[in-house]
Design a protein around this ligand. Structure first.
Ligand code: PRP
Length: 212
């Protein structure tokens, strides 16, 4: 029997885009388009099994070997530092990590800055490098509300189109870093299934170059 390659895909629009790239790379699984509740799909004829997982969980599946490869945002990789190989920048899911605050906000540097975020490590590293004292308020979503209600002075969050900030009368204060989706691999899976993984990396790399 053909060895199966286990692939963790982030559920949602980004995952669908990424699946199409895998399909083009020669790993189709037609059922995946027909059922939106099922979470595991396989195509034994090409030796692939896909799982839809929460985007922020992809790295956990890959780090622990439940998936050989997967696609995770650079934000998650920087925040959780999973012990995985980062093989390729897929140049999709492009956005940036930024500091935002209420329009007109100025940090006078006088007191500890209250920072609401899902990305505590990224925020701490960023402000430590600037030598700015901060107090992290760890939230799990709808971060934009925090400065509006006075829970925090600023937020550190992902900005893609900027619409969420605009709709909530917030504005970017500083950009921290660019973010995009990365192909990651389990360290031992990469050794045992290297041939197949290398072939995928090559095809995906060609597809990402075509897009530039
Ligand atoms: C992210 C981020 C912002 C939004 C930014 O949330 O936290 O809320 O996207 O996108 P925009 O600049 O295009 O408006 P996401 O949808 O990833 O989910 P979340 O609420 O879990 O953070």
């Amino acid at each position: 029997m053909k060895q199966m390659l286990n692939v963790a895909l982030p559920k949602g629009r980004l995952g669908e885009k990424v699946y199409e790239m895998f399909e083009k790379a020669g790993f189709p699984c037609p059922d995946i388009r027909e059922n939106n509740r099922k979470l595991i799909f396989e195509n034994p004829s090409v030796g692939v099994r896909y799982f839809w997982v929460k985007p922020s969980d992809v790295a956990i599946y890959v780090e622990r070997g439940a998936a050989d490869i997967g696609v995770a945002g650079k934000d998650i990789l920087l925040e959780y530092e999973p012990d995985v190989y980062e093989l390729l920048d897929l140049r999709v899911g492009v956005c940036r990590m930024a500091v935002a605050a209420k329009e007109g906000f100025r940090d006078d540097g006088q007191r500890t800055l209250k920072v609401a975020t899902k990305f505590a490590r990224i925020a701490k590293t960023y402000y430590a490098a600037k030598g700015r004292d901060i107090d992290i308020i760890h939230l799990n979503g709808s971060i934009e509300i925090a400065p509006i209600l006075g829970l925090s002075d600023v937020i550190v969050d992902i900005v893609e189109t900027g619409t969420t900030l605009k709709e909530n009368r917030l504005a970017v204060v500083e950009s921290i870093l660019p973010i995009s989706a990365r192909l990651i691999a389990n360290k031992s899976g990469f050794k045992f299934k290297s041939e197949c993984i290398e072939a995928i990396v090559q095809s995906l790399a060609m597809q990402t170059e075509e897009r530039v």
